[in-house]
Design a protein around this ligand. Structure first.
Ligand code: CUA
Length: 367
């Protein structure tokens, strides 16, 4: 039977004493997070970082205060209402229920707090996602297991480091050439998934010159853990101009066309520029899952490629064309579909024209 009258519960002096102590500790925690900048532990190098840090400090302050009360009362009640030797063996504590005022308070209080958190989160996210001034637009592309970057006015792709000028509106579009990666720059509180076939956009302003690691946070294969070696560089405007001009000169003769168009020719590929050692490293990353460095018969998914350009028993490639470097490049560019299976084209494999030249140079060394 449910009792309708309120039971006699005496909280006593100890309870109010504990409450006073928790209140003082909570006020101290809130004061601490109000004045403590998070940038002492992690640099805050963008306008987004400032907003996210302010929100994080609010969460830490509110969370600390809540934690002190919840954990504090658990400890206090466990002690105050502990079992006494004089209690009968089947004693259960005073059962409190039926207080609509309390239930209303903790249900709607908690719900209102969660709604407040979502409103602040969406407001910050909205600023990153939607901007009327695109500013400098840069593309970052994830590969197994590195990033490349594209800039307006620079031919081809930029490698190793991503440079941006300080105090300039930026739009960073991210996507992937192979599997799902992630583009995370902790120093700028900037993060987005890199999904093949999808472009994710971020708008922000880098506010502090420096070098900040770019980290992949989406498991993307065996060398996922190596995808934290590249750097997001925030330059002064003069340094950025110099870096930009150097890359324009360096990439002046690179085609800006996409590396591969299915059905197209291999005419954009200069095989004389192939570097066999680079091709060998790339082969280990991109090809070795399907191709062994072993005789033709040694098939994994596709045939073994030892001596692919020097095998008198197999003068033709699987597409029926003679085994020449140009024809190997054709298959790398356009992929292959036929009796020997399916091989993705260069776009799907994330291969640039230079990558193809490097791979052909490497395959040529295999006898
Ligand atoms: Cu790319 Cu993990």
């Amino acid at each position: 039977m449910i009792e309708s009258r309120r039971p006699d519960v005496h909280l006593g002096r100890g309870f109010w004493m504990a409450t006073a102590i928790y209140a003082i500790l909570s006020i101290a925690a809130i004061a601490y997070w109000s004045v403590t900048p998070l940038s002492q532990w992690l640099p805050a190098a963008s306008n987004t970082a400032t907003e996210i840090d302010r929100f994080t400090r609010f969460l830490l302050a509110a969370g600390s205060a809540l934690f002190i009360f919840v954990a504090g009362y658990v400890i206090y009640f466990a002690f105050a209402f502990r079992r006494r030797p004089t209690d009968p063996p089947d004693a259960i504590g005073v059962q409190v229920h039926g207080s609509h005022r309390l239930e209303f308070a903790w249900t709607f209080g908690a719900a209102a707090f969660v709604v407040l958190l979502s409103v602040i989160s969406v407001a910050i996210w909205y600023g990153v996602e939607f901007q009327s001034t695109p500013g400098l637009v840069v593309e970052a592309i994830g590969h197994q297991w590195y990033y490349t970057f594209r800039y307006p006015g620079i031919n081809g792709e930029v490698t190793q480091e991503m440079h941006v000028p300080v105090d300039t509106p930026l739009t960073v579009n991210v996507t992937s050439a192979d599997v799902i990666h992630s583009f995370w720059v902790p120093g700028l509180r900037i993060k987005a998934d890199m999904v093949p076939g999808l472009i994710n956009t971020m708008h922000f302003v880098a506010t502090r010159v420096g070098r900040y690691p770019i980290i992949c946070t989406e498991f993307c294969g065996t060398l996922h853990g190596q995808m934290n070696k590249q750097v997001f560089v925030v330059d002064s405007k003069a340094d950025f101009q110099k870096w930009y001009r150097d890359w324009q000169i360096k990439n002046a003769h690179v085609s800006n066309a996409l590396p591969a168009a299915p059905g197209g020719g291999a005419s954009g590929i200069d095989l004389s520029k192939g570097v066999a050692t680079a091709g060998k490293a790339l082969f280990a990353q991109k090809c070795s899952a399907c191709h062994a460095i072993a005789p033709f018969e040694h098939r994994i998914v596709g045939p073994g490629l030892l001596g692919v350009l020097h095998d008198p028993k197999h003068p033709n490639l699987v597409n029926g064309k003679p085994a020449t470097p140009a024809d190997v490049a054709q298959i790398l560019l356009n992929g292959y579909d036929g009796s020997m299976g399916h091989m993705p084209n260069a776009t799907q494999n994330g291969l640039s024209a230079q990558d193809i030249a490097n791979l052909v140079a490497y395959l040529e060394t295999l006898k």
